[in-house]
Design a protein around this ligand. Structure first.
Ligand SMILES: C[S@@+](CC[C@H](N)C(=O)[O-])C[C@H]1O[C@@H](n2cnc3c(N)ncnc32)[C@H](O)[C@@H]1O
Length: 284
């Protein structure tokens, strides 16, 4: 009896120790790679991929660096978004005021390359990114421009958090070159849709999942021309316009526009519109 009792006690104590240890380990795992109390993790974050962006915050605004393709992409994506919004809302009468009064959400804004460009048309833009480092760079960069600073709000937030507090708030939600970097893409897109007001717009740009997109978007970009950081893209995360359209339609959204675009490597370093969406596309 006594032995059994002692055994029970040992078993009980061991179980408690094990639970404490498991709890400790799981909390370590949860905060793995996290710096600063504001750093966010969520089910949609692919931690390994996210690390690449966080660790390269300092080179974000180097127009000839590893984010040169994102900088160059503004030449096409900014007018595409601006003109789509002008058609829908008919706001503004001058180019500088074209988006005046509109509330936009830039999801996964990084260092703010697209956020700043959209705010330059007088929109009120909220940029969210789970990375403390990237939002710090974005805030630092916009400080140089007083007008833009007044129109932009940057937040270290996940889409889960932001969408929960801002249901149906925005005239448009933009997710450009983000969905191919997240986990649980359908849930992610649904959360983005939740933040749009009824009748509002969503703009999405990303890579299609085709053999050509592997060749063009990974092999050429990462291994041959080395214009982006190695392992930035994972082909299995690329998503076809038919898949995104299905998710949109499941959530009562209609795709009005779909256009293909292609990045031309050195010496051009520029994006061009194409009839094919086999590599990269943008949807509204
Ligand atoms: C290729 S960058 C695109 C930045 C910006 N949208 C642009 O086009 O200039 C991808 C961004 O997605 C962000 N990101 C990764 N996972 C995310 C998630 N689950 N939710 C929101 N943003 C995420 C990264 O931190 C990074 O800033």
């Amino acid at each position: 009896m006594q032995i059994k009792k002692i055994n029970n006690k040992i078993v009980y104590e061991s179980a408690v120790k094990l639970c404490v240890r498991l709890f400790y380990l799981s909390s370590l795992n949860f905060s793995n790679g996290v710096q600063g109390e504001n750093q966010k993790l969520s089910p949609t974050i692919d931690e390994e991929n996210f690390e690449i962006f966080r660790n390269s915050a300092k080179i974000w605004w180097n127009v000839n660096g590893k984010y040169r393709a994102l900088h160059a992409m503004n030449r096409l994506r900014v007018p595409f978004i601006r003109d789509g919004l002008i058609r829908k809302y008919g706001h503004g009468n001058s180019s500088a005021d074209a988006l005046k009064g509109l509330k936009l959400l830039d999801v996964g804004c990084g260092g703010g390359i697209l956020t700043e460009a959209l705010a330059s048309f007088s929109a009120d833009v909220t940029g969210i990114d789970p990375s403390e480092e990237l939002i710090a760079i974005a805030r630092e960069h916009v400080k140089e421009n007083c007008l833009l600073s007044q129109r932009i709000t940057y937040k270290i937030e996940t889409i889960e958090e932001h969408s929960a507090r801002n249901q149906g708030k925005y005239d448009a939600v933009i997710l450009s070159e983000v969905i191919e970097h997240v986990n649980e893409q359908e849930a992610f897109l649904k959360l983005c849709i939740d933040a749009v007001k009824p009748g509002g717009s969503i703009f999405l740009s990303t890579f299609n999942r085709t053999p050509l997109s592997y060749f063009w978007g990974i092999f050429l970009a990462e291994d041959v021309y080395k214009v982006i950081l190695k392992n930035t893209h994972e082909w299995s995360k690329f998503i076809s316009p038919q898949e995104t359209q299905r998710i949109f339609e499941t959530n009562d959204c209609k795709v009005e526009q779909l256009k293909g675009l292609l990045y031309l490597y050195s010496p051009w370093n520029r994006w061009v519109w194409t009839n094919s969406t086999a590599v990269t596309y943008i949807q509204h």
